[in-house]
Design a protein. Sequence first.
Length: 246
Amino acid sequence: MAEKPRSTRKKAATEAPLPPRPLWRRVLTWTGRGLGLLAAFYLFLIFLFSFVPPPGNIYQWQESWRLGGISREWVNWDDISPNMGRSVVAGEDANFCLHWGFDMQAIRDAIKTGANRGASTLDQQVVKNVFLWQNRSWVRKALEALLTPVVEVMWSKQRILEVYLNEAEFAEGVFGVQAAAHKLFGVDARNLTPTQAARLAAALPNPKDYSANKPGAYVRARARQIISGADTIKADGRADCFETKD
């Protein structure tokens, strides 16, 4: 048998297996891959739900199990009364058409006053309702902060409001404006009056305690404020980003 060249023998003799990578480096690699897959998953869902109705969310499934069923019915934007869109924006996020997902002035005001509610925009609420869960953990808030600008970029303002109105809880076990209109007022969502829409919006902070169809003093007073606010945002152009033009 022919002898291997000297240079080949020397190279083979000096080669040695590479040492295993440190554990921390492997953990970082797999963590990075996991985060990349999670980001891709959310991007896919955000794209999909820009034109397909979401199938529900974690909270709705929990309530369905707890209550033995829920009322939920998707309805397209053109079948929702304009009164409802303006009422929710006036009551929940009056600067909806002006911000990019976060209302910085509302956040600053909430920090100053120590308020727990008022800084969360409709964009943030949609992200929480559709893609995340209800508790107030830092993980959820971090994901909400990351996903909100993506939804703002990929969805129109009208789509954000349409999804919100179809996912929000308006009474215990009643999700979406169509189910709420049927159950509470006996009408379709397209036929909601300004007063009915305002009362539904007034109940949103706590629909298990506040009733839109049997309103107490708070809901009545809040509904009057919302009716006034809805007229204001229609007049000053803050409803233009979601109103359907004839």
